[in-house]
Design a protein around this ligand. Sequence first.
Ligand code: F6R
Length: 243
Amino acid sequence: MKIYKAANYKEMSRKAANILSAQVIMKPNCVLGLATGSTPIGTYEQLVEWYRKGDLDFSEVTTVNLDEYKGLPVTNDQSYYYFMHQHLFDLVNINPVNTHLPNGMEADSEKECRRYEELIHSLGGVDLQLLGLGHNGHIGFNEPDEAFEKETHCVDLQERTIEANKRFFASADEVPRQAYTMGIKTIMHAKKILVIVSGEDKAEIVKKAFFGPVTPKVPASILQMHNDVTLVADEAALSEVIR
Ligand code: F6R
């Protein structure tokens, strides 16, 4: 695993954007696996800036996102579809037809998970997967104790997650109870993986995930078994492992 230490969130975002843009330049028709959450926002901002300067071209790029809430329409500002359009897709020259997320409005979970998994296969797999890291070591919506062998599947959100997310909705009742997510197996099939982490509150989980034992109790720890992982983290997130 390669580790890049960045001074702060801005530098982490810039380094991550560098790695993503190198991928796009080396293989203009690449498949990027993308993530939502607060961590990648700065990375997407940087990519948009470079696109506006004329340094990046997304016209041949295809994207597949990690996850999506089940039951939220794309018009809901908490859907990951909405997030991706707001932070990246609507701001660069990517062809919307080539941007993919699980369809949160498909009620038939088995059908949707099969469709998404087959889609990824039909694209030839993911060239570079961007990941954020949850405080409990989750990646995508793969929470502790999920089997490492899983492909795209539907998860019941933990009460803790519903509680944490309710601030974004009018009430706790409106928070989706389920989500579609790429499984650990899907993620591990990506040719390259880029993990971005920022903040002191993630320092402990960075240590557990990348320097502790590989265990389903810390889903991200499986990334230690992947042969091409780059961790870009700021000093605060690395404070428990690098001084
Ligand atoms: C988002 C995702 C999640 C986040 C994780 C970290 O698509 O799959 O696993 O990457 O929850 O979230 P932030 O970046 O908000 O700390």
